[in-house]
Design a protein around this ligand. Sequence first.
Ligand code: GLV
Ligand code: MN
Ligand code: MN
Length: 412
Amino acid sequence: MSPTINRDRLLSEIQALASISEADPPVVTRIVFTPSDLKARTWMKACCEEAGLKVREDAIGNTFARWNGSDPAAPVVGTGSHIDAIPNAGKYDGVVGVLGGLEAIRALQQSGFRPKHSIELLIFTSEEPTRFGIGCLGSRLLSGTLSPDSARHLKDNDGATVDEVRRKAGFSGELDDVKLPGNYYKAFVELHIEQGPLLERQQTPLGIVTEIAAPASLRILIEGSGGHAGGVLMPDRRDALCAAAELILAIESAARNSGAIDTVATVGICDVFPGAVNSIPSRVRLSVDIRDTNLQRRDEVIRAIGATCDAIAATRQVSVHSKLLNADAPADCAPAIIEALSQSCRKHGLNFLPMVSRAYHDSLFMARIAPVAMLFIPCRNGYSHRPDEYASPEDIFRGTIVLAETLAALSA
Ligand code: GLV
Ligand code: MN
Ligand code: MN
């Protein structure tokens, strides 16, 4: 069995999906349950159906496209990723795992291979946290990491709840039915761009993920006192943005001073109210993303941020309210899937790097209910979450072939 990838089809599908976007090319923006996300979903389902896969969707919009095995009752071998994209993104994050996964399945079909275990392509809802503040909404619900009740009440920036938004998008089932039983998957394997520079720097075509780092995020609201930029004298000020500036730098220091290169912290959102040049900022909302491969170290940074919030509130006479949105544990990848991926690499004489995923992925949550592993391909300069994100066709094809062979080995 030697699967052959249809290279032109895969590249043209990546291009076609990139064109379904809220922004002009090369920018891709596709926020969950917006018209572009819904259009992309419809397009993806048609591609899956054309490949003879049986498509179903759950109440949060996770999409499953199944190639039935000869033993339909046997646990499933899954692959897939996400197609939502943050504002100002590129065209490969998530998409390589979805369209590469579909192409891997089609290549196996073409090769004459017939799986014993069904093979399922999964397109997860809202891997990106853009709309509801936490990432991996679909896989958190599938794995039972997030309760339906907590999910139901998450709100977007316009105050609309997950329940309202998903129903309007046509997903009206019960969120309680989303969670999958623990024995549903035999294995889950996700192909993804690295989103970092190591593979390219080490001129290694593939990375096999052994561990996924532990992400956490905070939303911080700082309230001071507004007023006239000319009239209020400096000793009387309680400027929320100045307090935020101090806090942002303290967050950076907390990560830098952890003593480990694996600790990272980012303030990605700073909303200033009222946002007028001649008005003292009275309110600032920050979103903070903290990650580490080591849970204790990550939590130590969260504690340090909390202490700094209290100190700044006292010295600057502002109120600082911090809410922990998520603090997830890291996940280990499954040795048996790592071995199946390694075997395929060795067969093709391809070097690979065992590596940690510093980005989070739906696999982090799938690891709660299934053995998982991930396969990384290089991306230019390590760029991701920006429009010039790029993965070369050769790297995409290599990843897709190794994925196809791994799915075959796991589902035989
Ligand atoms: C996923 O998109 C991440 O932020 O790691
Ligand atoms: Mn992403
Ligand atoms: Mn991704």
